[in-house]
Design a protein around this ligand. Structure first.
Ligand code: FAD
Ligand code: NAI
Length: 473
């Protein structure tokens, strides 16, 4: 038997690496096992988020956005740049540099905080032992007082469109196209479909998004979703709702996709097809038969509010457990669990987790939507404010969208904040703080916001809750 640790974390994504660093900062002898290897065969930390998720997708979203700004909008504000073109190879190189910096940063933080990085696949055995199979096949077993599982998730595959690795790809493949495909099909108008669909549309692809549901972004506030749908369509994304993919066939260098909508069966040919219909928890070869950790029917590790599994002293966090599959949710659970292990009282507020879709403009929200409140029978009031009436948004030449504050009709407590705008993902943090602090719409309305900032739209929306936005007729 090798070393004994206070805490062993399995998985070094944003859930696991944060849990490990926090545990070490709290004085616990901590190890983190990671099996992800990059193309060079080197173990890399950061999981889905840093390697093939949040970070690389945002690098491509930013570069493709800058391209569109330069090509279509610089002239509007008096910057003449002539013909603007893209160099996708250089964009991919930039994306890789961004990944490398982030990933390298985690390994450095492990060293700085004294986290032992164990390289290989971790398997939980009975009695809180963790077996680690190294990349060279060597096997070592470690003991821990407490174990944190943070093994993440993987994309869902669907039988009508099996991945081929070159033409039919998942989100990871879609981050690696070496040029913009002429005709790009996207199955699923969810977060990945809209973000990566936007990237390649901006870089020149004709993008068709095929979505099974009739409703566009059903978990987003309906007023915001409707506006976002219009803007994305204007940018060239063709979004087919109520269209279910029934099959696909590779013909040479293209794929023919069959789908059924209200008018019957149709086919459409694409040069590339991205399948992004959701992700599922990943527990392959993770749990020994007698480990005792229970899964639910959908394969998630069963946990309580504080991420305790069915085995005492074994926690699970992030995408592998219930709740939104978001990096910041995984990380906050990591902090909570490390604090609990160190003997502190800790709890997470699952009602105040923000969501952001990084399209242009961005869609960001926290708390309840109008449709949720209606379904729950809650009496509420709403204030909205358009960015077209916000001075800074106009100066930024980015005045699409709106801010919306929803408050309880009786108590005035803020129940939801919904934003469609440039940098909505940054602005929504103000809504998160309002929800977290249990503030009222009046609290927001009586707060002094800097001028000129796009944040003022939130202030105005809060004022509008009681009908008194200043810059609205
Ligand atoms: P992961 O990041 O999946 O990490 C799990 C880690 O565990 C992996 O490194 C894996 O190799 C390792 N592992 C698994 N099993 C074992 C084992 N047995 N032994 C050793 N190691 C193991 N979320 C956001 O909040 N914002 C975004 O903008 C965003 N963009 C995204 C874009 C894309 C294209 C994708 C695919 C996802 C995006 N997400 C985003 C989601 C985000 O990446 C996940 O919610 C987040 O990574 C979950 O963190 P995690 O630590 O639970 O799991
Ligand atoms: P998603 O759940 O966001 O969207 C999947 C979409 O596919 C849904 O609209 C669903 O109705 C549709 N769908 C399912 N089966 C289908 C079929 N057979 N035919 C047509 N449509 C079908 O999942 P997505 O986009 O794959 O992303 C996975 C997760 O990754 C997200 O839920 C999110 O948690 C995370 N993520 C977060 C991001 C962010 O925070 N900005 C960015 C990207 C991913």
């Amino acid at each position: 038997m090798a070393d004994k640790f206070d805490v062993i974390v399995i998985g070094a994504g944003p859930g696991g690496y944060v849990a490990a660093i926090r545990a070490a900062q709290l004085g616990l002898k901590t190890a983190c096992v990671e099996k992800w290897v990059n193309k060079e065969g080197k173990t890399v930390h950061g999981g889905t988020c840093l390697n093939v998720g949040c970070i690389p997708s945002k690098a491509l979203l930013e570069t493709s956005h800058k391209f569109v700004e330069a090509r279509d909008h610089f002239a509007e504000i008096g910057i003449e740049v002539g013909d603007v073109s893209t160099n996708v190879a250089k964009m991919l190189e930039f994306k890789q540099q961004v990944i490398n910096k982030n990933v390298g940063g985690i390994s450095m933080l492990f060293k700085a905080n004294g986290v032992t990085a164990l390289e290989g696949a971790g398997k939980l055995l009975a009695g809180k032992k963790v077996e680690v199979t190294g990349h060279d096949g060597s096997v070592e077993t470690y003991e821990a007082s407490q174990v944190v599982i943070a093994s993440g998730s993987v994309p869902v595959n669907i039988p009508p469109a099996p991945l081929t690795g070159d033409i039919i790809v998942d989100s990871s493949g879609a981050l690696e196209f070496t040029e913009a495909p002429k005709r790009l099909g996207v199955i699923g108008a969810g977060v990945i479909g809209l973000e990566l669909g936007s990237v390649w549309s901006r870089l020149g692809s004709e993008v068709t998004v095929i979505e099974a549901l009739e409703e566009f972004l059903p978990s987003v506030d309906a007023q915001i979703a409707k506006e976002a749908q219009k803007l994305l369509a204007k940018q060239g994304l063709e979004i087919k709702l109520g269209a279910k993919v029934t099959g696909s066939e590779i013909n040479g260098n293209e794929v023919e996709v069959r789908y059924a909508d209200k008018d019957g069966e149709k086919t459409q040919a694409f040069d590339k097809l991205i399948v992004c219909v959701g992700r599922k928890p990943y527990t392959e070869k993770l749990l020994a038969g007698d480990a005792g950790v229970e899964l639910d029917q959908r394969g998630f590790i069963k946990v309580d509010e504080q991420c305790r599994t069915s085995v005492e002293g074994v926690f699970a966090i992030g995408d592998v457990v219930r709740g939104p599959m978001l990096a910041h949710k995984a990380s906050e659970e990591g902090v909570m669990v490390a604090d609990i292990i160190a003997g502190h009282k800790a709890q997470m507020n699952y009602e105040a987790i923000p969501s952001v879709i990084y399209t242009s403009p961005e869609v960001a929200w926290v708390g309840k939507t109008e449709q949720q409140l209606k379904a729950e029978g809650v009496d509420y009031k709403v204030g909205t404010f358009p960015f077209s009436a916000n001075g800074r948004a106009l100066a930024n030449n980015a005045s699409e969208g709106m801010a919306k504050v929803i408050a309880d009709a009786k108590t005035d407590r803020v129940l939801g904040v919904h934003i469609l705008s440039q940098h909505a993902g940054e602005l929504v943090a103000q809504g998160v703080i309002a929800l977290e602090f249990g503030s009222s719409a009046e609290d927001l309305a009586l707060t002094c916001f800097a001028h000129p900032t796009t944040s003022e739209a939130i202030h105005e929306a809060a004022l509008a809750v009681d009908g008194h936005a200043i810059h609205m007729a």
